[in-house]
Design a protein around this ligand. Structure first.
Ligand code: TYD
Length: 133
């Protein structure tokens, strides 16, 4: 599947930790947008879409959550549970985020500005799109 774990270098010292993420360095794309999801209510599941072009890096920088990833052929569930660990998601991957701890802050770095026309929000349409019919 076109997803990859990401481990950020931690600049730790006696004071604590610091992580820095630069576009085209640690992050293999131009960062055109940053957003974060927090105060997620118990039991909420969100996402339910794929992107035609957008690439994203997801890091749960506080708390924990899970992500279901689906490329139309295989499904994978990943746990985001460390502030220095993330998952790169390429285009054409269906994602659902769930099991958010009450303190979860899910940070997303995105390769494009928000564009609703890049979304595929219907699962059957997603399957048709990736399977080319
Ligand atoms: P939504 O797509 O439902 O989030 P998710 O896929 O994570 O469940 O987005 C919620 C709202 O926020 C929706 O009205 C669109 C808006 N939004 C933006 O304005 N900019 C953004 O970058 C994102 C991701 C969402």
């Amino acid at each position: 599947m076109n997803v990859e774990w990401f481990y950020a270098q931690q600049h730790g010292d006696a004071r604590g930790q610091l992580v820095s993420l630069e576009e085209n360095k640690e992050i293999p794309f131009n960062i055109k947008r940053v957003y974060y999801i927090y105060d997620t209510l118990e039991g909420v599941r969100r996402g339910f879409h794929a992107h035609k072009e957008l690439k994203q890096l997801l890091i749960c920088i506080h708390g924990t959550c899970k992500v279901l990833l689906d490329d139309g052929y295989d499904k994978e569930i990943v746990s985001l549970d460390e502030p220095n660990k993330g998952i790169f998601i390429q285009s054409n991957i269906w994602r659902e985020m769930y099991d958010f701890s009450p303190d979860a802050v899910l940070l997303v770095l995105a390769s494009e500005i928000y564009d609703e026309s890049d979304y595929i929000r219907d699962y059957e349409q997603f399957i048709r799109y990736v399977k080319g019919n």
